[in-house]
Design a protein around this ligand. Structure first.
Ligand code: ADP
Ligand code: MG
Length: 639
């Protein structure tokens, strides 16, 4: 990326399991991926005798084979005394020893290494990565720590940064960073109000919940987050879910191939990898395949259903909910205004459901839960360096928001400059008979065609019962809340089917982008209007042709041949316009198209009358189409 600030401040999430680096520029915060495109750097360091250590992905991949020299979860020991760390040290494959000043250290690669040194290796890798992406040297960072970290632990984190050649210009609480990433506290509309935020962080090895309060009029005349309470469990995380799957598998394998079966390090590593992969797959799908190959044709393969995984996970999820209750009690049971999800394990649908049920609110999940802390640290960094994204953080929607409708047009639901919070709903329907899925494509911009707008999200509403085109009633709701977070929900009325998505529309968008998109919409206003009219005409003409063909099929014999010929010709003319539009939208004259449609409308009155009269005469008046309300504009594509 060119044009990076000469001396940028980056945001760093120094995690127990994974670490990330992010920056915030005019386009908002973004994570800086490594050379292979990975956003997450495993917080794992393997020490070698007489050679520099291996950091990250590679160190994690070989962790089991080199267990004694590979340090993971070093964060648990940051700034901790050796004596008080005994609990953490039990069961770890590397040796925890007493280091300088009675602090915990590790005996690895033939030397004593402090947790700060381990963290410094991780930070150095992140720094190098940021420098590679930004093309400038990086010397300053905002680094996050858990809210419960004491002064010694915070100081140890600063020391780690210094060892890595970084000045930790500010140490920020992880839950505060997560709130900042969602723009909580940035809205002027909320200034002067107290807001309570619950941050639920379910990571790889630890669980934390924090109750924060936004106190108006803090330092910098900005807002100020105060930690009301924290609760958690330093021995509870996604790793436990992996272990539960492994235990299930090992039990089955032993029952099948012999109770005495041993699992050498390579097999254990493979098991762990497979278990985690299956767990992650189950966040998206309803089942996953597990396989253990012991060699010699001894293969154990089974399917793990989501429901089965959920019952394995249930006791762990219940413990997190217990912590939430405790934190809420300690905070004096305040009314919670916002719930923010942090940590990779919050991608698990059952976890989200538990959080929703516990706090009685839909949690914020628009941002990637394992990036949200780093993104927030970057937001804090940009505030410190004076580069606030003022224009896009004010209390209006900077660009219109809508969805793609059939034929590639845009239906705008929320107009540019609408003040937030704002809500809009519109009814849509299907465009094809028997359509059971509707894909909703959420767009941002001022142009009339989807292709000219910015795509910000997509999701599918599935499982609509098959009905004729135009009959399902799909209500689409847009809700932009106080913090500028957009929630889009689509619900089919008859079946009650729903689907939704959350997104922060201003991320990735600069003030210049907004100006450019606005200017383009003026420049193309006329041709855009024409194209939009042609698209709408196509959708309506298709439905007309469908109904007329249907009526004609039933009563053709009762109509005089001359009329039928005239009707056929008129239908062919209209179909010709639809075809032409399919070839080139902009080449079709909407006025001529409109006239052809009106001609057919007039001409088809008779065939409809005859068809209705016939169905009234007929037995069992099953007229499913007759009397239906005006067909709403058709929503996004079938398939
Ligand atoms: P930490 O804060 O401890 O560094 P992260 O927030 O990076 O940890 O979370 C890592 C954990 O999230 C791992 O246990 C990983 O398996 C889990 N995880 C990541 N993605 C998913 C997913 N899609 N479904 C379930 N678990 C996931
Ligand atoms: Mg974390």
């Amino acid at each position: 990326m060119a044009n990076a600030a000469p001396d940028p401040i980056v945001g760093i999430d120094l995690g127990t399991t994974n670490s990330l680096v992010a920056v915030c520029d005019a386009a908002g915060p973004r994570v800086l991926p490594d050379a292979e495109g990975h956003a997450l750097l495993p917080s794992v360091v393997r020490f070698l005798e007489g050679a520099p250590p291996v950091v990250g992905r590679e160190a994690r991949a070989t962790a089991v084979a080199h267990a004694a020299d590979t340090v993971h979860s070093a964060k648990r020991f940051m700034g901790r005394g050796f004596a008080e760390s005994a609990g953490h040290a039990a069961g770890l494959p590397y040796r925890v020893v007493e280091g300088p000043r009675g602090l915990a250290a590790f005996d690895v690669g033939g030397a004593a290494v402090t947790p700060q040194e381990v963290a410094a290796h991780v930070l150095r890798a992140l720094k190098a990565n940021a420098e590679r992406v930004l093309g400038v040297s990086v010397r300053r960072a905002v680094v996050t720590v858990p809210a419960y970290f004491d002064d010694a632990q915070r100081q140890a984190t600063r020391d780690a940064a210094r060892l890595a050649g970084l000045d930790a210009v500010r140490i920020v609480n992880e839950p505060t960073a997560a709130a900042l990433a969602y723009g909580i506290g940035a809205s002027r509309a909320r200034r002067g109000t107290m807001e309570t935020i619950a941050v639920y962080d379910f990571g790889g090895g630890t669980f934390d919940v924090s109750i924060l309060q936004l106190v108006p009029g803090g330092p910098d005349d900005g807002e100020f987050f105060q930690v009301l309470s924290t609760a958690g469990d330093t021995r509870l995380g996604g790793d436990d879910l992996d272990e539960a799957i492994i235990a299930l598998l090992v039990g089955e394998v032993r029952a099948r191939f012999g109770e005495a079966l041993e699992f050498p390090p390579a097999a254990r590593q493979a098991l762990r990898t497979f278990a985690e992969r299956a767990k992650i797959a189950l966040s998206e799908r309803l089942d996953a395949t597990l396989e253990v190959d012991l060699g010699g044709g001894r293969v154990h393969r089974r399917t793990l259903a989501r429901a089965e995984f959920e019952s394995l996970a249930a006791p762990f999820v219940a413990r997190t909910v217990e912590c939430c209750r405790r934190a809420m009690r300690d905070a004096g049971n305040p009314e919670v205004d916002r719930v923010v999800l942090v940590g990779g394990s919050t991608r698990i649908p059952a976890v989200r459901e538990a959080v929703r049920a516990c706090f009685g609110r839909e949690p914020y999940a628009a941002l990637d839960p394992d990036q949200v802390v780093a993104l927030g640290a970057a937001v804090q960094a940009s505030v410190l360096s004076g580069g606030r994204r003022d224009l896009l953080l004010v209390d209006v929607v900077p660009l219109s928001l809508g969805i793609e409708t059939v034929g590639g047009a845009v239906a705008k639901l929320v107009m540019r400059n609408a003040s937030i919070p704002t809500r809009a709903t519109e009814m849509f329907s299907t465009s094809v008979d028997g359509q059971v899925n509707v894909s909703i494509h959420v767009l941002q911009g001022e142009r009339e065609l989807a292709a000219d707008c910015r795509s910000i999200a997509r999701f599918d509403l599935c499982g609509i019962p098959p009905m004729p085109a135009g009959i399902p009633q799909v209500e689409v709701e847009f809700l932009v809340d106080e913090n500028g977070v957009l929630g889009v929900t689509a619900a089919e009325r008859r079946s009650g089917r729903r689907a939704s998505v959350q997104v922060v529309p201003t991320y990735g968008l600069t003030a210049e982008d907004v100006d450019r998109m606005e200017a383009e919409s003026f420049a193309h206003a006329r041709e855009d209007m024409r194209a939009h009219r042609v698209i709408d005409l196509c959708a309506n003409a298709r439905l007309d042709l469908h109904w007329i063909a249907d009526a004609l099929g039933r009563v053709r014999a009762e109509l005089e041949a001359g009329y039928v010929a005239e009707l056929d010709a008129s239908m062919a003319r209209l179909a010709g316009f639809i075809e032409a539009a399919g070839r080139d939208l902009r080449a079709v004259d909407p006025d001529a198209f409109h006239r052809a449609k009106e001609d057919l409308d007039r001409l088809s009155v008779r065939v409809h009358e005859v068809a209705i009269a016939r169905s009234l005469r007929g037995v069992g008046t099953g007229g499913q189409g007759a009397g239906s309300p005006a067909v709403p504009p058709a929503a996004g594509d079938a398939r």
